[in-house]
Unconditional design. Structure first.
Length: 233
């Protein structure tokens, strides 16, 4: 039985067959196939290409992005259920999917995992931060510290879904800060930033800049899903 499953039968969220996980092995083999991705931003690229043209011209502030799947059926509606419809029963399976997508450990070992934070009103409305649900599970599995209170959101941003790439970047500017009494905990550490979806890099980029300005050694990004276009969803 999967280490992520509880000791009871579970119905696959995709095909509805019974098994020991919310994502069965057959659906994972069908819908979570390996895709060549840019090492920096995780957008799909041709086989053998390490870094996409956009990242060569304008490198993001983070070192590497790992995405488990593309933001397409069935993952888009599963993530929306997880994010907006209280489907916390998907958290273990999505975290396991994220972990399984990681390449062999890079030169810098994992030091600290932080989720992209929600603003207070949205957290109160939703009742949980989906990025933290992923980060804490991944951290626990890897024996790596995960902390939801170091990176905080200080700007009540508009919802990103309806905004263009340029509008998203403006919207996120100045959105994050480090908890003032804990800045020393960031210095010299390799940070893994965890989120559910990456679209234009605006959120991850602003969060990474905030962490690096506080003295982080490096920032990598882990997301469950990456959209196929760098423009907008």
């Amino acid at each position: 039985m999967s280490r992520w499953s509880q000791i009871r039968p579970s119905q696959c969220a995709v095909c509805r067959e019974w098994g020991d996980s919310r994502l069965c092995a057959l659906c994972l083999s069908r819908f979570a196939q390996t895709v060549y991705r840019c090492r920096r931003c995780a957008i799909p690229v041709p086989d053998g290409v390490e870094v996409c043209g956009g990242c060569l011209i304008s490198p993001p502030p983070f070192e590497r992005t790992t995405a488990a799947v593309s933001y397409a059926p069935p993952w888009n509606w599963l993530i929306n259920d997880f994010k907006f419809r209280n489907a916390l029963d998907l958290a273990d399976s999505l975290a396991a999917l994220l972990l399984q997508s990681q390449p062999p450990q890079a030169d810098t070992p994992l030091s600290l995992m932080v989720p992209v934070p929600l603003n207070a009103d949205r957290l109160r409305e939703r009742g949980y931060n989906q990025s933290w649900e992923l980060a804490r599970r991944c951290g626990r599995h890897l024996g790596c510290q995960a902390d939801s209170a170091l990176l905080i959101r200080i700007k009540d941003t508009s919802r990103q879904a309806s905004l263009s790439r340029e509008q998203r970047a403006i919207n996120m500017r100045g959105a994050f800060a480090i908890e003032p009494t804990r800045r020393c905990e960031i210095r010299g550490r390799a940070i893994t930033l965890v989120d559910d979806v990456m679209t234009t890099q605006a959120t991850a980029g602003e969060a990474a800049r905030t962490l690096l300005a506080a003295g982080a050694l490096s920032v990598d990004v882990w997301v469950v899903a990456r959209t196929s276009s760098v423009s907008s969803r």
